[in-house]
Write a protein that binds this ligand. Structure first.
Ligand code: ADP
Length: 211
C-alpha cells in the first residue's frame, strides 16, 4: 500500500495518477544476456533502458543500502523487495526529473526487475507491461561458463565464485521464474538465448515492431 501512495504522490505528479510506464521486460536467468540486449535497445530513440543490477552496483557500498546489496548479492540472494522497489522508484523518478526518461514518449526497457511475483504485484500500478521477452537458456552449464567469463571481463564479484553462481541460478528458478506465469502467455515471448547476440536482438525487435 505504501508503494501505491508513493507512486501517486512523489513520482507521477498530481495530475498523472493513472499514468503507467509503457514497459517491455527483458527476463531470464543470470548470464542469459539481459544486460547485453537491454543496452542495445536503450540506444534506440524512444526507448529507455534501466537495469536494476546496475542501479545496485552504482551505490556507494558504505551506505546501508549499498551494504545490503553487497551482503545479499554475494550470497546469490535477492535484495529484499521493499528496499529494491523503493530504490528503483527513486532512481526512475530522478530519471524522469532530469528528462532522461520521458514516460509520455519513451517505452521503458526493464531488466532485472520485477524479479519475483511480489515485486510484480507491488509494481502492478506503476508498470503497463506490454511484453515480456524471456531469454531462454535451458543449458545451465552454458550459463555458468558465460558468468565465469563475465567475472573476468567486468570484475563482478558475484560471478567469480561457482557456488554463488549456482545459488543465483537456484534463486532464479525458485523465485524469479514464476514471474512468467504472473504475466501469462499472452505477454510472454520465449526467445532462444543461445543464438548469437544479433539474432536475439533481431527476435526482440521483430516483437517490438508489432507492439
Ligand atoms: P544477473 O541477472 O546476472 O544476476 P543483475 O545485475 O541483474 O545480474 O543482478 C545482480 C544481483 O543484484 C542479484 O543477484 C541480486 O542480488 C541483486 N538484484 C538485482 N535486481 C534485483 C531485484 N529486482 N530484486 C532483488 N535483488 C536484485
Amino acid at each position: 500500500m505504501w508503494i501505491r501512495l508513493l507512486a501517486k504522490t512523489s513520482f507521477f505528479g498530481k495530475n498523472q495518477t493513472k499514468m503507467k510506464y509503457r514497459t517491455y521486460l527483458i527476463f531470464g536467468a543470470p548470464g542469459a544476456g539481459k544486460g547485453t540486449q537491454g543496452k542495445v535497445l536503450g540506444t534506440i530513440p524512444r526507448f529507455f533502458h534501466c537495469a536494476c543490477g546496475d542501479v545496485f552496483r552504482s551505490l556507494d557500498t558504505r551506505t546501508p543500502i549499498g551494504q545490503a546489496f553487497l551482503d545479499y548479492s554475494s550470497r546469490g540472494e535477492l535484495v529484499p523487495d521493499e528496499i529494491t522497489v523503493k530504490l528503483w522508484m527513486a532512481v526512475i523518478g530522478d530519471m524522469v526529473g532530469m528528462h532522461k526518461f520521458k514516460p509520455d514518449l519513451d517505452a521503458l526497457i526493464l531488466d532485472g526487475i520485477p524479479r519475483n511475483v511480489q515485486q510484480a504485484e507491488i509494481m502492478r500500478d506503476i508498470l503497463d507491461v506490454r511484453k515480456v521477452f524471456h531469454l531462454s537458456c535451458p543449458d545451465r552449464e552454458a550459463l555458468i561458463s558465460r558468468l565465469k567469463k563475465r567475472a573476468l571481463k567486468e570484475n563482478r564479484f558475484d560471478d567469480a565464485n561457482e557456488e554463488t553462481i549456482r545459488r543465483r541460478l537456484f534463486t532464479y528458478e525458485e523465485e524469479s521464474k514464476p514471474v512468467l506465469d504472473f504475466y501469462g502467455p499472452s505477454k510472454v515471448r520465449h526467445i532462444d538465448a543461445t543464438q548469437s547476440p544479433v539474432k536475439v536482438t533481431y527476435d526482440i525487435l521483430s516483437e517490438l515492431i508489432t507492439g
